[in-house]
Unconditional design. Sequence first.
Length: 142
Amino acid sequence: MAREFITHSSEETVALGRELAAMLAPPKLVVLRGELGAGKTTLVKGIAEGFRAASEEDVTSPTFTLVHEYRGRSATVYHIDLYRVDTPRELETLAIDDLIGEDSVLLIEWGEKFPRFERDRDVEITLERIGENGRRITVSSE
């Protein structure tokens, strides 16, 4: 099943993320696809807010730290960025399997680099740029 959304600004993308949180009841493994600058972290800002795990201002890209954790009442949201992770060995050092739990939502950017995430994902969210500020966001689930 796939649903498509169009947003016209970063504010609309954050708002959509808040709405998507209701569809992502834990436990969930979500692969976020999209080129650099497509708006993946912007969407995560809204998802984290939707779970009341973090405010929009507190959510930043985990490009260098690789994993950010945001704890909410109903879920712990893990924002994971695998852009700089190139080998299965490097991936192992992140201990992502240890993050999976009954109340966890794993939002993995660049997860498509590793076949296991393509296989094990519950949801895939693809972001595409449409012009300067627009985004086409497709949410697919099994």
